[in-house]
Write a protein that binds this ligand. Sequence first.
Ligand SMILES: [Zn+2]
Length: 157
Amino acid sequence: MKLKLNGWELGIGFSACHFLPGHDKCNRLHGHNYAIHIHLTGDLDDTGMVYDFVKLKRAMKTVADELDHCVLMPGKSDNVIIVVENSQVNVSALGKTYSFPECDVNILELDKISAEKLAQYAMKKIIGQLELGSNIQKIKVGIDEGIGQGAWASREL
Ligand SMILES: [Zn+2]
């Protein structure tokens, strides 16, 4: 049986800005409204459920809140150099430089801030918050970058 939680319909998402160095258009700093989704496949447990919707929504919301209204920066990129100094984040990428107040920036352990990489990131964070029993077979976490386009990460459990 499959549980499906849709971030757009549940109001679980975040607004954030990012850039993709080297991309013709997305190399400029810009923003999106993102939504987080979950599909969870498993057998019913003793309570007649696959998993508690409340706990799933809480985990999704925690990730959304962490990323909301942030400048997202790739902390593991080879071509984005990030230096944090005096509460300021200075970023150099392919000849461009940016400077942000540290409180506005979330430096993620990713090499790129793409929907695909954010889906992998969100899945890891969500799995870390859940106690998935042996009845759960698969989790898929989706990140939509605006309505109609998104990326899904999945893991067999
Ligand atoms: Zn973008």
